[in-house]
Design a protein around this ligand. Structure first.
Ligand code: SF4
Ligand code: SF4
Length: 325
């Protein structure tokens, strides 16, 4: 049975973290929120976690990877600007290179290359709903969040990207496709699905948004399993990891949405533990209990499937003892 701590304030949670739980070079995985999102993780909470790590005599860095879609966090330059505009002012490293193209292969998963330089991990997560995975907790924060762009495409889609009529034939995607999978036919780009290696670079570079991710090609269960597989790959790199789920501003959809969302329930405080399955399960149970089952009904996806699959992968246990601080 795992021990999970619960508190209203981050300071109480931080009292439970000591130097022995971390290495010397600590990555703090966060999500800075897409431009337009207003309910992302509080920078004040993030800074307190960062400062605690530094006070223990460790090096700390906020880490993230670029996103798959076109937005304010598609490349590292824009991503850092968005983070700064959202109030994050501690050292940040985007782990998968300027265009999200740099990855390291771990257990078949394409993780942001920079992750390998760290020796321990704090996963600091805004807990909320997610339209395709049901909910976003610690598993999703590292499973999806530490994947390079190619890894994200691998999880989200079973088929390759395609080009819409919005293509203006500029040729930028052709120039940057290392697989030489794109040609211009009658003034429009065409992707050879057999040659395409799924790196997703063309999606990031196309200025008209003509190349899209085939979002619906993976079903929710498949996506949840892939997220857990990716989380498993990440955790093989980190024997020392701490998971903190912040149950504040709990929204129906995730922080990748570029618009304002209203919280769907009261804030529930912060949960913390060293077992990723238990911390997500405890968060899910708390959100459900406090909302009278409303959280479970959002997005019409069986959220327990993510937990069950992660437990099957032996990432942790769904049985926990909740201690209120
Ligand atoms: S980058 Fe976009 S607009 Fe330009 S050729 Fe490729 S698909 Fe068409
Ligand atoms: S996803 Fe990568 S390999 Fe496939 S067409 Fe786009 S740039 Fe080429």
């Amino acid at each position: 049975m795992a021990t999970i701590y619960s508190a209203k304030k981050i300071e109480k949670i931080l009292e439970k973290i000591d130097a022995s739980m971390l290495g010397e070079n600590v990555a703090i995985k966060v999500h800075f929120g897409e431009k337009g999102c207003t309910t992302y993780l509080s920078p004040k909470v993030v800074h307190k976690v960062f400062d605690k790590v530094v006070s223990l005599g460790k090096k700390a860095t906020l880490v993230e990877c670029n996103v798959l879609y076109k937005g304010s966090r598609t490349n590292s330059t824009d991503h850092l600007k968005t983070a700064q505009e959202h109030g994050f002012d501690r050292p940040i490293e985007i782990l998968d290179g300027e265009e999200g193209q740099e990855y390291t292969l771990v257990k078949g998963c394409k993780l942001g290359k920079g992750i390998k330089k760290f020796d321990s991990l704090i996963v600091l997560t805004h807990f909320k709903g997610h339209m395709m995975a049901g909910f976003g907790g610690s598993l999703k924060n590292i499973g999806m969040g530490l994947a390079s762009r190619a890894g994200k495409l691998q999880m989200h889609a079973n088929i390759k990207p395609s080009v819409s009529d919005e293509c203006i034939g500029c040729g930028v995607c052709i120039e940057h496709c290392n697989a030489k999978a794109i040609t211009l036919v009658d003034g429009k780009a065409v992707i050879d699905k057999d040659k395409c290696e799924g790196c997703a670079m063309c999606i990031a570079l196309c200025s008209t948004g003509a190349i899209s991710v085939p979002w619906g090609s993976e079903n929710p269960q498949g996506l949840q399993n892939k997220i857990a597989n990716y989380a498993s790959a990440v955790l093989t790199l980190f024997p020392k990891a701490v998971f903190i789920n912040v149950l504040e501003n709990i929204t129906k959809d995730c922080d990748c949405m570029d618009f304002e969302q209203k919280p769907i329930m009261e804030d529930q405080g912060i949960l913390c533990g060293t077992d990723i399955v238990a911390v997500d399960k405890a968060s899910l149970d708390l959100a459900n209990k406090s909302s009278g089952g409303k959280f479970n009904k959002i997005n019409a996806i069986n959220k327990d499937k993510q937990i069950e699959f992660a437990e099957k992968l032996k990432l942790g246990t769904s049985k926990y003892n909740l201690i209120e601080l």
